[in-house]
Ligand binder design. Structure first.
Ligand code: BGC
Length: 369
């Protein structure tokens, strides 16, 4: 029989205490490491474009471009890390005998209501909204293999509230449509004349560098909210004009050649028509030119039924349409192969992966005199 002395008990107590202290320190170390990783991610999601964009006020362009490069490398590394992490965590969660998602997504709701944006909603940082969306506004269904790899291209300038509403509303729909998608907000830098064609072509090229297997591109005006999720954001065999019935136009298509608003195109079709023309400075015309390109290349424009291709246009101050666009439009067909993707000049100033979108800032250069 073992007889314990008082001294032994004290000794035992000491051992227990020091083990507890050791355990607490290990937990603390794990916590600190975790915090520093999180901080790094937050730091990167929260740095707004102002860091680089507004710094352009300085004249030291070398310094700016060095900063931009460093910044891009940093965000790209984190993006890659997060993509790899997402990829593996998804693979782990995936059933090995994963099937394609059904051709008709089972959870569509049909006609939708537009909800107000909650006060605590943020498009840049992780919040309790859209929790399944991955960094950079990216999503893949978890329980099935998506049939479509889609890039949503949103040309943008200076409409923060509208962009916020658009992202709040649209992510849920795309998830219910069971797409593998990413939303790209393509912002024209500086206060120069807007050139939507250059912004979209630049964005298209950059997307193919980031996600080369994207095969479906949806060019989407930021002020349009889809109000029926049966209007699928996919790319059928012909370019498909999705915004057929907009409340602002009393749910009628204003004219048969209109492909502005929301347009879905396969990658090969975008390449075939040489993308958008780069000759439309100011508002309007580039979409009418795109229609001419599609028809000239013996493609057709499809449209879903107006009963489901319905949109609400968010209120904002509309820019005046550029009256000179009609003159440029006259020569649309003759310019297809010389004006577009193959001669577009732009500078990508910055890429940031925010919570609900990937942000490109694009300098389109000066309007020729
Ligand atoms: C413009 C288009 C625009 C349409 C609808 C046309 O006059 O050229 O760019 O999409 O009006 O607003």
């Amino acid at each position: 029989m073992i007889i314990y002395h008082r001294q032994d008990y004290i000794y035992l107590l000491c051992i227990i205490c020091s083990s507890l202290m050791l355990l607490t320190s290990i937990i603390n170390i794990i916590y600190i490491v975790q915090r520093s990783i999180l901080n790094k991610t937050n730091q990167y999601t929260q740095i707004s474009m102002s860091n680089i964009y507004l710094n352009n006020r300085t004249n030291n362009s070398e310094e700016i471009s060095q900063k931009q490069n460093d910044y891009f490398e940093e965000t790209y590394k984190i993006f890659m890390k997060s993509s790899i992490h997402n990829y593996f965590s998804r693979i782990e969660n995936r059933n090995l005998s994963l099937n394609y998602c059904p051709p008709i997504p089972p959870n569509l709701q049909g006609a939708l209501r537009i909800h107000e944006v909650p006060k605590n909603f943020s498009i840049t940082t992780n919040s309790s909204y859209h929790i399944d969306v991955q960094l950079g506004g990216f999503y893949q269904p978890i329980n099935c293999l998506a049939r479509h790899k889609v890039a949503i291209i949103v040309p943008y300038r200076d409409r923060w509230d509208i962009l916020t509403h658009f992202l709040f509303h649209t992510h849920e729909i795309l998830q219910r449509q069971q797409l593998d998608y990413r939303i790209y907000v393509c912002e024209q830098a500086f206060n120069k004349t807007f050139n939507k064609g250059i912004v979209m072509n630049g964005c298209f090229k950059e997307i193919l560098k980031l996600e080369p297997n994207t095969h479906c591109f949806i060019m989407h005006d930021v002020d349009l909210l889809l109000t029926d999720d049966r209007n699928m954001y996919t790319c059928p065999r012909y370019p498909r004009h999705l915004s057929v019935a907009i409340d602002k136009f009393h749910f009628y298509l204003p004219y048969a050649q209109l492909v502005g608003g929301v347009l879905a195109m396969r990658r090969e079709h975008y390449l075939l028509v040489n993308g958008y023309s780069t000759n439309y400075w100011g508002w309007g015309g580039e979409d009418d030119d795109m229609h001419a390109r599609i028809i000239s290349k013996n493609l057709k424009v499809e449209r879903p039924p107006a009963s489901i291709a319905r949109y609400k246009m968010l209120k904002h101050t509309h820019q005046k349409l550029n009256p000179a666009r009609m003159n440029v439009l006259r020569t649309a067909r003759s310019r297809i192969d010389s004006d577009g993707l193959n001669n577009v000049k732009y500078k990508l100033l910055n890429t940031t992966f925010y919570h609900l979108y990937t942000h490109f800032i694009i300098d389109v250069g000066e309007q020729p005199k």
